[in-house]
Ligand binder design. Structure first.
Ligand code: SF4
Length: 349
């Protein structure tokens, strides 16, 4: 008799649970204007942060229910001490097929080799500009050279599939589309342009500053010639394209062309709150049951119940608001200061 195969866990829109973004800290060593523009925030309590063993335990439960891709995020994940130890623990979870990390790159130089040795598969580095003065203005920190060295360290450590994420903001860095793409080509990294989004920390967001996918393609087309879309079946947020010389790049068009219909991502904050959407205002507390001794079955039941009721389509709803002229800053700074989990940097971008 063939073994029984569990039916996949689906939400109300038929979307499976596959991608888990695990934030390991809400702290960051940059202050990017589209994410974390203030100097100080209400931070998560240290005693509330999940230990590495607790994160591993939750990840195991998530894999029981279909998760096979895990991405470590922050804040800035490399600020969490001994991160390679967490990577080593997660690399032993057999069902995790893809173990990746998104970082701002500042601290990569000292850690890239250890992370690779611990079993991390892939690294994505945020890089919005190639100009040190602009980097300083955008992030309010003088760390551009450290990021470039970090990118080099990723290559030297032997990682495959390096990606560079650039949030494109009109009047800030939209004159660097071509330079960023050329840079990616030189170092064999795939650049992904991200439309400026109106999520939690983007308290200075305005629609006028969004450079749409269509405009990005048009501008790159003028420089490089015919750009072909790459047809692939994927729930990944980036649509991929190819230049005439074979260079590939991605665009994440969450603002103008949301992809909520295929979204299989959820987010675990560093203090164990599980969010089913980047825009969700409420999450599900997994830390309390975990620390109260819940069994694997009990945690599985909690996650199953949350996901099977999921109806989130945050980016699409924001776009609907735009159609009736009501799209503005999502959450004002006062609201963010009261609840740190509303921040994009707390729920891993
Ligand atoms: S807005 Fe929410 S549902 Fe839509 S793609 Fe982003 S995380 Fe997924």
């Amino acid at each position: 008799m063939a073994p029984l195969v569990e039916p996949p866990l689906l939400d109300t829109l038929g979307r499976p649970l596959r991608n888990l973004r695990v934030s390991v800290t809400d702290r960051c060593n940059l202050r990017c204007q589209y994410c974390m523009p203030e100097e100080d925030y209400t931070w998560l309590r240290r005693s509330d942060l999940l230990t590495f063993e607790e994160i591993q335990r939750l990840v195991e439960v998530f894999t029981d229910l279909g998760v096979d891709k895990v991405r470590l995020t922050g804040g800035e994940p490399l600020l969490r001490r001994d991160l390679p130890d967490l990577v080593r623990l997660l690399s032993t979870v057999a069902a995790v097929q893809d173990l990746a990390m998104t970082t701002n790159g500042v601290l990569l130089v000292g850690q890239a080799a250890a992370l690779r040795g611990a079993g991390l598969h892939r690294v994505t580095v945020s890089l919005d500009t190639l100009r040190p003065d602009r980097f300083r203005a955008l992030t309010r920190r003088d760390e551009h050279a450290a990021v470039l060295r970090g990118i080099e360290a990723v290559r030297e450590a032997g990682f495959e599939g390096l990606k560079l994420d650039s949030v494109v903001i009109r009047g800030v860095n939209d004159d660097e589309l071509i330079d960023l793409l050329e840079f990616g080509r030189q170092i064999r990294a795939e650049v992904r342009f991200i439309e400026y989004m109106d999520v939690g920390g983007a308290t200075h967001w305005s629609r006028e500053q969004v450079v749409s996918r269509a405009e990005i393609l048009e501008r790159l087309g003028v420089r490089f010639g015919r750009i072909e879309p790459i047809r692939e079946v994927s729930s990944a947020p980036a649509e991929r394209f190819r230049l005439p010389d074979g260079t590939t790049f991605g665009i994440i068009a969450s603002t103008t062309t949301p992809f909520c219909r295929t979204c299989d991502r959820s987010r675990l904050t560093a203090d164990g709150t599980w969010y089913l959407c980047l825009y969700a205002q409420r999450g599900i507390d997994l830390r309390t049951p975990l620390r109260d001794g819940a069994s694997r079955e009990e945690l599985r039941a909690l996650i199953t119940s949350g996901w099977s009721r999921r109806r989130d389509r945050g980016a699409e709803e924001r776009k609907d608001l735009e159609a009736i002229g009501h799209r503005g800053v999502l959450i004002q700074i006062e609201g963010l200061k009261q609840d740190p989990r509303l921040e994009m940097h707390t729920r891993g971008g």
